[in-house]
Design a protein around this ligand. Structure first.
Ligand SMILES: Cc1cc2nc3c(=O)[nH]c(=O)nc-3n(C[C@H](O)[C@H](O)[C@H](O)COP(=O)(O)O)c2cc1C
Length: 199
């Protein structure tokens, strides 16, 4: 059975522009995969803990030496990594907030980057260990940034995801949403989604 992992990182949960467009993707995907499973992570509903010294130490401690609290930290990281590993396709709704990704999404990534689990260093450089699969980024922005120096977000997402082995990253942009261009931006993004999720 095919599995789609949908990640909402908008402050506004399902009401966010990025989440609404991601949902459009999910609906089209479901039409093509009626028995497929959709797994939702919504960072407006669940708290993603920030990485701190206690948590990072837990991740570095060998299994045999971990306390119960440290094991719980590792279990959380293992769980979200397993979810990504099991998915056939991933859709991430990503708003642009203050020139970056939402801090919740960064916190989530911080639990996924694990030496020996999702990446390793070799003599020729880092190698990502997650199975490659398409990752769709539905990027919602108030202004227009695509291809400009102000769009540090797209490069960051490409860098991070490829570092852990997810090299097939595809961007769909909805820009100018706070510039009176929302209808056009939504239409263009929906057209791009329908092209990507075609029978
Ligand atoms: C806290 C906050 C910060 C924002 N920062 C930016 C920004 O740096 N650049 C920009 O173009 N739009 C910015 N916006 C506008 C959002 O990118 C736009 O509203 C987008 O639709 C948000 O996606 P969402 O509705 O899925 O949350 C910001 C909005 C908020 C709420």
């Amino acid at each position: 059975m095919a599995t789609l992992l949908k990640i909402n990182s908008s402050l506004f949960g399902e009401n966010g522009n990025s989440s609404q467009l991601s949902q459009e993707f999910v609906q089209r995907w479901k039409a093509l995969n009626p028995t497929g499973e959709v797994i939702l992570r919504d960072f407006a509903k669940e708290t993603i803990p920030h990485l701190d010294a206690t948590r990072v130490q837990a991740l570095f401690t060998p299994e045999a030496d971990r306390t119960t609290e440290q094991q719980a930290v590792v279990d959380y990281s293992d769980k979200i990594i397993a979810e990504i590993q099991a998915a056939d396709v991933i859709v991430i709704g990503v708003p642009l907030y203050n020139f970056g990704v939402p801090s919740t999404l960064k916190a989530y990534f911080d639990h996924i980057a694990r030496a020996g689990v999702t990446f390793k260093y070799t003599e020729t450089g880092p190698v990502g260990l997650l199975n490659d699969k398409p990752v769709y980024i539905i990027a919602a922005r108030g202004g227009v940034h695509q291809g400009l120096p102000s769009d540090t977000q797209s490069q960051f997402l490409t860098n991070f995801l490829s570092f852990v082995g997810l090299k097939d990253v595809r961007f769909i942009y909805a820009e100018g949403l706070n510039m009176g261009q929302k209808d056009q931006a939504f239409s263009a993004a929906k057209a791009a989604i329908s092209e990507e999720v075609a029978a």
